[in-house]
Design a protein around this ligand. Structure first.
Ligand code: B12
Ligand SMILES: *[C@@H]1O[C@H](CO)[C@@H](O)[C@H](O)[C@H]1NC(C)=O
Ligand SMILES: *[C@@H]1O[C@H](CO)[C@@H](O)[C@H](O)[C@H]1NC(C)=O
Ligand SMILES: *[C@@H]1O[C@H](CO)[C@@H](O)[C@H](O)[C@H]1NC(C)=O
Ligand SMILES: *[C@@H]1O[C@H](CO)[C@@H](O)[C@H](O)[C@H]1NC(C)=O
Length: 417
């Protein structure tokens, strides 16, 4: 009798799980599937060569179904061994989700994160909304582990987000939507209706803002926020007023993939779940085991590579006009580099020609960030960083990915977020 009750309970549970999770992600047409497989291979093969164990990559490969089991094993092992003290809140949250997606017990990492979030407080109401990106990941990870003890933390998080007045950011809004949707779906039966009202209101708000960022061509925010935004729009219980055309978004993303815009492994990690019809909410449901499908022979897509051996000229300016930073400067140098070189080569060439252009980089999940130029370094406490622009337009890729064109004017401007 007990087993029957248990069985019925499980059935009910499973039904509740599927009914609250709206599944509206469109799929990649089968003839385009080889492009997606090629991307996945590119991402998985980056693991072996990288010294930076990236949890987002493990999540993406487990959601998609891993091809490269060796990469999966290595990454799982490295993340198991990672020291929580070296990680930010957001990185810790991603690590927990990554281990969960590999069917490993994240152990004490969950309670460490829970404690961090109990103490979490935003510095001010006009804080950049991107300051909520890491905490959103934390709510999501904690919700998946123990939603009930996360409830008070999520309530505080939701209220703080609601009172924030800074400009909207699609990436952050998308992750916050995933987090609050998880909480919304797990509100204990019979509990106060105010939880549903609060989470529902915040979700409505964010989803409306995401919807306003859908361009005519289907891109949501920019091409690198679109993957997360697709996840958000496909799970949210609150639909936007303007209906989202998933197919259109999928088509433009496939076009961008064919143009080689998704070669950075982290950019693949953030788009791949959506291409596979998955979201971060599926992390706890990943099934692990040796019964993997036969490995397909993965196509290797030759992405456009520089063909010309000629040089181009890039005008490079470094500019620091920030008051309170002692050394003000605004200097420009023309630099000659091989056509097809990434911006990093321009910086190296400038540094070689003139010591004023010396710079330093730091390794992150997205690759190299330029952390310091001419001895002026970014600072989290001051919220300063080196922003890169082409003329007046901020670049949407980092220096190790962006390929400048002839006579382009690139500026590195020391500024605040
Ligand atoms: C917050 C944020 C920033 C902050 C980071 C500092 C901070 N403490 O807030 C600031 C404002 C400094 C920043 C700068 C830039 N960013 Co930014 N950023 C983000 C955002 C919204 C969230 C990152 C985060 O908190 N992740 C959570 C934690 C847990 O993960 P993490 O790996 O530890 O996060 C670190 C890295 O993401 C790193 N980082 C942030 N941005 C970038 C960009 C590049 C190119 C690299 C290598 C690293 C990097 O800083 C984070 C904190 O240390 C992401 C959105 C996204 N989808 O990831 C965009 C994002 C990563 N940034 C992006 C870009 C383009 C930039 C800039 C190049 C913009 C510019 N024109 O200058 C610069 C970097 C310039 C340089 N000096 O090299 C793009 C990258 C796309 C791509 N294909 O490379 C993203 C995806 C936004 C987007 N949708 O277009 N960013
Ligand atoms: C989103 O849009 C609403 C208005 O619809 C606005 O009040 C709110 O501040 C915006 N930002 C966020 C992060 O929700
Ligand atoms: C920096 O120098 C460029 C030309 O060298 C000039 O056009 C620009 O206005 C200067 N900017 C500032 C803030 O001084
Ligand atoms: C062409 O670019 C390379 C760097 O990519 C540089 O070393 C070389 O000096 C440049 N050649 C000329 C003629 O400027
Ligand atoms: C460069 O940074 C300064 C200081 O934050 C800012 O006032 C200026 O508008 C920035 N320039 C550009 C082109 O973004």
């Amino acid at each position: 009798m007990a087993w029957l009750a248990l069985y019925l309970l499980n059935l009910l549970w499973a039904m509740a799980g599927t009914s609250t999770q709206t599944r509206s992600l469109c799929s990649v047409p089968s003839e385009q599937q080889p492009w997606v497989d090629g991307l996945q291979a590119l991402m998985e093969n980056s693991v072996i060569s990288s010294a930076y164990p990236n949890p987002s990559i493990l999540i993406a490969m487990n959601l998609a179904g891993t091809y490269n089991l060796e990469a999966q094993k290595l990454l799982t092992y490295e993340l198991m061994a990672s020291d929580t003290a070296d990680l930010t809140t957001g990185q810790l949250a991603l690590t927990i989700m990554a281990l969960t997606s590999s069917c490993r017990d994240p152990g004490s990492k969950v309670s460490v994160l829970q404690k961090q979030m109990e103490k979490w407080a935003p510095s001010s109401p006009n804080d950049q909304v991107t300051a909520f990106y890491g905490p959103s990941l934390a709510i999501l990870a904690l919700c998946q582990k123990n939603s009930e003890s996360t409830l008070p933390i999520a309530v505080r998080f939701a209220k703080t987000l609601l009172s924030n007045t800074s400009p909207f950011n699609v990436d952050t809004g998308a992750v916050a939507t995933l987090a609050l949707t998880c909480m919304y779906n797990k509100i204990p039966v019979g509990s106060d209706e105010s939880y549903r009202a609060l989470f529902g209101q915040v979700l409505k708000n964010i989803v409306e803002n995401i919807s306003n960022q859908i361009k005519d061509n289907g891109i949501i925010g920019d091409i690198y926020s679109t993957g997360l935004a697709m996840q958000a729009l496909s799970v949210t219980p609150e639909q936007p007023n303007k209906k989202w055309d998933c197919e259109k978004t999928m088509n433009i993303i496939l076009d961008e993939i064919k143009q080689g815009k998704f070669q950075n492994p982290m950019s693949i990690a953030q788009i791949l779940p959506s291409l596979k019809g998955k979201t971060y909410l599926d992390v706890p449901q990943v099934t692990c085991g040796p019964d993997h499908e036969a490995q397909p022979t993965l196509p290797n897509y030759p992405f456009p590579v520089p063909t010309s051996a000629s040089n181009i000229t890039v005008i490079y300016t470094i500019n620091n006009q920030l008051r309170g930073v002692e050394l003000l400067f605004n200097v420009t140098i023309p630099v000659s580099v091989r056509s097809g070189s990434v911006l990093l080569v321009v910086l190296e060439e400038a540094q070689r020609k003139n010591s004023m252009f010396k710079f330093e980089t730091t390794m992150t999940s997205w690759g190299l960030v330029v952390s310091s130029i001419n001895n002026i370094a970014e600072n989290v406490n001051h919220k300063t960083y080196w922003q890169f622009l082409s003329d007046k337009t901020p670049l949407n890729e980092g220096v190790a990915d962006y390929i400048p064109f002839n006579n382009e004017h690139i500026t590195a401007n020391f500024t605040q977020y």
